[in-house]
Every structure is written in C-alpha cells, then in structure tokens.
Design a protein around this ligand. Structure first.
Ligand code: NBP
Length: 493
C-alpha cells in the first residue's frame, strides 16, 4: 500500500526541516518523520501549517505515506544513525524504492550501503548537501551519487530544489556525479576546500590587522572591495559582514574581537587530508588548514609558550626590515599585495582539490565530470564563488586537464600575483606572523613547477640505510649501491 506523497523526509533537525519546506514549496507533497516525534508535530503545527505535508509517527506509516517508487531522504547525524534507519526502512520498502542520505557521510559508508540496499532490491543515493540552513530552505548545492538507476526518478525533484546559477538563473547546482560514494566524496572535497578558503581569509585578516594596522572598519571596506572582484564569494561576503557587527552581549566594540581564538571542526577536512595521504596526492592546503585549527585549539599551551618564546627582534636586520617597510609603506599597495597572495593561494587550493578528485575518481572508476563539480559549487554552497565559472570553463575546454595551474587563465593569474605573493610570505616570515596556508600554497607552486627536486638525495639516503633501491636518470631499472663501501672515509672516524 502506498500513499499520495511525492517525497518523504526523515530527520527534522535544522537541515531536514528546511529541506522538507523547500521540497513542498516546489509543488510536491511531503511526508515527514523524526525519531523524537514531538518534532513532527511541531513542524506540522508550526512552519508547515496549511502546507502540503503529512506528519507520521512511525517508520511504517512514513513509508506507507509515500507513492511508489518512493523517494525517501534521510537528513540525520551521519554514521550509525543512518545504518539504524536503513534497517528500519528496508522491511517496509518495495523493490525500486529509493533511499537518499543527505548527510555528511564518509564515502566508504555510502559505498557499503549502496551494495546493501541494492541487494535488498532497492536503490541508494548518497547526496552531499551544502548551504547550511538557508541553503536547505532556499536552494542548496546537491551532490548526488550511488545507484545510477535512481537518477531519472529523483532528477526533477532534486534539481527543482537546488540553487540556480547562470545568466538566466536556471542552471541547477545539482548533477549526477557517479556511482558508489562519488557524491559524498565530492561534498567532502568541497568541505576541505572550504577549510582552505577560511584559513586563507584568516591569514589575510591577521596580516592586514597586525602588519598593516587596519581596524575592523578598514577591514570591512577592504572585504567589501574584494567582494566586487576576482575574490567575489560567499565567504568573503560574510567576512565583510562580520567586521561590521558590534558586540551584542553588552560589551563595547566589535563582536569578532570578543570571540575566543579556538577553532572547532567536524571532521570532513580531516577525512580529505587522510584520503589525500592514502592516495599519495599533496593536498597541502586542506591539511595545513586542519592543523591550523588544531594549533588554535591548543590555546592554553600557546598562552604559556607566548610568555617564553621570542619572535624576531625588531630592527635586528636592516635589510630584512627594509623588505617589510617597502611592502607595508603604502597601505593601498599592501592591501593589494595581500589580495594577490590570497588569490594565488586560493587557485592552488582548488587545483589541489581537483587533483585529489581526479585521483579518487580514477581509483574508484567514478568517471567524475570536473566541470560539473565546479558548477555544483557555483551556487548554494559555502564555497560558492564567481571564480568557479573559470574552473568550469577550464574543464569544459579540457576534461582531462592535469592541473588547474596549467590552464592559461589560472597560469596567468598566478604569474601576475606571484611577486606580491612572495613578498607577503617573506614579510610575514620576517615579522614572525604565521601564514601556514599562504606559504604552503607557494611551496606547492614552487615544488610543482620544478622539473628536478632534491628527492635524488632522499632516494640515496633510503638506499643507503634500507637498500630500498633507486632509479637513474640515464638508465632503466632499479639500482642499489653499497654506499658504506663506496663512501669517502671520514677523517675523524
Ligand atoms: P544533526 O546532524 O544534528 O542530526 C540530528 C537529527 O538526527 C535529528 O533529527 C535526530 O533525531 C536524528 N538522529 C540521531 Br542524532 N540519531 C538518530 C537515530 N539513531 N535514529 C534516528 N534519528 C536519529 O542534524 P543537522 O544539523 O540537520 O544535519 C543533518 C545532516 O546534514 C548531518 O549529516 C550533517 O552533517 C549534514 N549537514 C549539516 C549542515 C548544517 O549546516 N547543519 C550542512 C550540511 C550538511 P532526534 O530529533 O530524535 O534526536
């Protein structure tokens, strides 16, 4: 038996409730269920009053309320809760029904569940959802992957609720990504890039404030201006706004200055770093950003260290001080230099994210379309930015583009920015201001563009102590040398 709802949603916390309202607003009838059933009643009698909703108090009634083939979406805490709900859903489902998980799930869990649910005769989709509360309600970025057969059944509905971009505002930020856990993987890389973007913005903030002497009013103006150009993005926009907010809890001054400098994290950045290590791809921006949050969390240790450890002595080196003076001598020029450093670092960060996606897609045979990934992130999500149009164009022009840095637009952008980028990183280093993301981005750029790195010496070391062998530049094969016998006898041994 099935009811007349077009869609079912389980999990009425922030994301689920808003997404259910979004679906209903597009003309679909929606069944809802939540483990704590008071939340169902609260929604039905509150924000959903008078709307086309059916509230249910059991999984069985929930499934029955939806028309076949059912489209049943979960928006609950990732992990065991999702497994528990699948176990409860399956006995009531019919062949061909579609279970969609919209949570921030680890992609291997989705790969496992696709198999489990398909074996039971149903279809399973792991669909990354980005955009927070507002996105869920008005138009999120959606990143679906899993049982391909499900896509024709859910495409219209998911594309109707997704954010729209393009000149006519009619291109949905929702496209099928691939089988298995492809959707969750793309969402995870989105989140990892978000970590990098946020860290880069924070480093620009510290430089402008501590080295450039800009106050919150000045910073507001700078971010407002940056948001009109190449850096235009949601994160730059909200950062601008933050600099305008006064303390709302009775204190004087700006709220941002009252916030403890300890960063939280929910783990998707860590997953991306761990998986980058597994794949052997250098996604250094996200990893640096995760570690930067870790260091921020060691607040008490940092306070103790700040009382003992010295930074550079001021005026100790005339030449070095001159570099800094030259950079910060003109405020406008300094702000522009920091902007260039931020822009170039951001390009490197996205380049790394796409390299990781390429490696994962190859490993799992997902056949990801990278232009589509850029398009899905163009609207609705946290990293939405104008600059993603350029990334889409780059992959549309060359779907096998090895690295974004090799696309002429990005190559030229980094070329134009690099003088300022290097000066900013150098000045920060001289002045003892940490810029881990700016500098790791620059180091990646310099490492990536080197035809020869010092890994020849590293291979020699490995062969010396562990007979790990090495390859030669002039002959094929694996070689080992008896370094101890061949070496020059040290004079003092
Ligand atoms: P939460 O991640 O806070 O999860 C709360 C929901 O999970 C409630 O509906 C809760 O039911 C349900 N739940 C839990 Br906890 N354990 C359960 C179980 N064993 N069985 C059934 N239901 C269970 O909600 P959220 O912040 O709305 O996020 C939902 C998903 O979307 C998460 O995966 C999250 O990572 C992802 N996401 C969140 C955001 C965001 O901005 N918040 C953005 C993008 C993606 P109860 O009411 O009975 O406790």
């Amino acid at each position: 038996m099935s009811g007349d709802c077009d869609f079912g949603l389980i999990g009425l916390a922030v994301m689920g409730e808003n997404l259910a309202l979004n679906v209903e607003s597009r003309g679909y009838k929606v069944a809802v269920y939540n483990r704590t059933t008071e939340k169902v009643d609260d929604l039905i009698n509150g924000r959903a009053a008078g709307k086309d909703f059916v509230g249910t108090h059991s999984i069985e009634d929930f499934v029955k309320a939806v028309r076949r083939p059912r489209k049943l979406m979960m928006l609950v805490k990732a992990g065991p809760a999702v497994d528990a709900i699948i176990e409860q859903l399956l006995p009531h489902c019919d062949p061909g029904d579609i279970i969609i998980d919209g949570g921030n799930e680890y992609y291997l869990n989705t790969e496992r569940r696709v198999k489990q649910v398909e074996e039971a005769g149903m279809l399973y989709v792991g669909c990354g959802v980005s955009g927070g509360e507002e996105g869920a309600l008005k138009g999120p970025s959606l990143m679906p992957g899993g049982s391909k057969e499900a896509w024709p059944h859910i495409k219209d509905l998911l594309q109707s609720i997704a954010a729209k971009v393009g000149p006519n505002n009619d291109i949905p930020c929702c496209e099928w990504l691939g089988n298995g856990g492809a959707g969750n993987y793309v969402k995870m890389v989105h989140n990892g890039i978000e970590y990098g973007d946020m860290q880069l913005i924070c480093e620009a903030y510290q430089l402008l404030h501590e080295l450039g002497g800009l106050d919150n009013d000045d910073l507001y103006e700078v971010f407002e201006k940056w948001n009109q150009g190449d850096l235009q993005s949601y994160l730059i926009e909200i950062t601008r706004d933050i600099f305008s907010v006064k303390d709302d809890q009775g204190g004087d001054g700006y709220l941002v200055d009252k916030i403890l400098d300890v960063a939280g994290a929910k783990g998707t950045g860590k997953w991306m770093s761990q998986l980058a290590l597994d794949l052997g791809v250098p996604s250094t921006l996200v990893t640096t950003a995760v570690f930067a949050r870790g260091l921020s969390a060691q607040k008490e240790a940092r306070v103790r260290a700040s009382e003992k450890l010295n930074g550079p002595a001021s005026g100790s080196n005339q030449e070095m001080t001159a570099i800094v003076k030259q950079l910060i001598g003109n405020r406008e020029a300094f702000v522009e230099a920091v902007k260039q450093a931020l822009y170039a670092s951001k390009i490197v960060s996205y380049a790394q994210g796409f390299v990781q996606l390429q490696a994962a897609s190859e490993e799992h045979d997902w056949g990801l379309n990278y232009g589509n990934c850029a398009l899905l992130w163009r609207g609705g999500c946290i990293i939405r930015a104008q600059f993603l149009d350029r990334i889409k164009e780059a992959f549309d022009a060359d779907p096998n583009l090895e690295n974004l840095l090799l696309n002429s637009f990005f190559e030229n952008a980094v070329e134009d920015a690099q003088e300022s980028w290097r000066a900013v990183v150098a000045a920060a280093s001289i002045m003892g201001i940490p810029v881990p993301a700016f500098s790791t981005a620059l180091n990646y750029y310099d490492g990536y563009r080197m035809a020869r790195l010092p890994a020849n010496l590293l291979q020699a070391q490995r062969d010396y102590f562990g007979a790990h062998t090495y390859q030669r530049v002039d002959k094929e094969g694996a070689f080992h040398s008896e370094w101890l016998q061949l070496r020059k006898e040290p004079a003092h041994s």
